[in-house]
Structure formats: C-alpha cells, structure tokens
Design a protein around this ligand. Sequence first.
Ligand code: GAR
Length: 196
Amino acid sequence: MLKIGVMASGGGSNFKAIIDRIGEGDLEAQCKFLITNNAACGAVEHAKMYGIPVFHISGKTHPVESEYEAALCRVLDESPVDLLILAGYMKKLPDVFVAKMPDRILNIHPSLLPKYGGKGFWGIHVHEAVVAAHETESGATVHLVGHEIDGGRILAQVKVPVMHDDTAASLQARVLEQEHELYWKTIRDYAKSLGL
Ligand code: GAR
C-alpha cells in the first residue's frame, strides 16, 4: 500500500481532504506522519483526531540549522514513505532534505503556475496579487518539489474563474475547494505512474 507523509503549517484543509479520501477508500494509502513547523495549527488538530503521529520541527524546536535539517531527515529515515505531500507547508525545505526524495515530494500551490509563484507568493498573498492584476482566470497547481520555490515539474492544474466582484478571500475559498479534489486525484495518478 502507498505510504505517504504530509507536511503542513496552517489550517490543514488539504491535509484533511486527503485523509478523508483515504478513509472513504478513494485513495489507497496510509498516512504515516504529519510534520509541522507550527505546533498550534489546524493540521495538528486533524492529525490528532485521526491518530496520525505529529513531528513538530521548526526553528524554535531546533535553532541550530544543521540540527533542524537532521531532525527532518531523521523522520524520513525512521518512517520511510513513498511520497511526501506538502499541504500548505510555508517554509522552504532544506536542500539536503529534498535530495533524499527526488521526484517524490509533491506540493500544491493556489495559482496557475508559473504565474504567481516563487518568493512572496503563498497563501492569501497569491490571491491578492491575482485580484489586483484583474486576472479573469486563476486556479491551482500540483507540482514536484525541486530546489527552486514553486519551480518543479507540473503534474496537474485546475482552472477557476475570477469573478468581477471577487476579493482575495472569496477567490481563495473557491480555489481551495478545487484544491481538495485535485490533490488526492493527482497523488493517486502520480503514484500509479511510478508503479507504487
Ligand atoms: C492552500 O491554498 C495551498 O495551496 C497554499 O496554502 C493553502 C493551505 O491551506 N499553499 C501555498 O501557498 C504554498 N506556496 P490548508 O492549510 O487549508 O490546506
């Protein structure tokens, strides 16, 4: 069975959507752990409810960079997974960590990459920029994680229209709904393409 680990920093709605699909039998997978850099986030609440082990690893728990990197790598060594799923994880991963799982780390981003990606574009800031630019279309992208922020190979995208009266918040809510459908299907299809 496909083994996944999830990393999240925020509300955790994408994490929850994936776990729910596993629970409903749509995604044949086991979630082995949640790594978070924010112990007080919603994702941690979800993990606790589902009995998923949580590792809190951040600059607070590990102020020395090399120890922070080692702690992240240790999770992968001790709880090996086939795919690592970034679900609203808002911190750049150390290169040494990314190098441990080439082409096996997926991220979801709330825009049609390569538009509105890269440094400074995360969470609500993406939607603020899209609305400010009077775009008529936005969406979400699932991509592989490489060493450049939001730069890896695109696996799947979904388009979402931008309404003339959209605010960043209303657009975010509509895109998020689509993210929840896009992510688990892309995980399923990508795992299948790798023969997992
Ligand atoms: C999602 O919209 C996700 O695409 C975005 O953060 C939100 C997390 O929501 N990710 C990024 O901006 C990454 N650059 P959630 O915590 O409810 O899943």
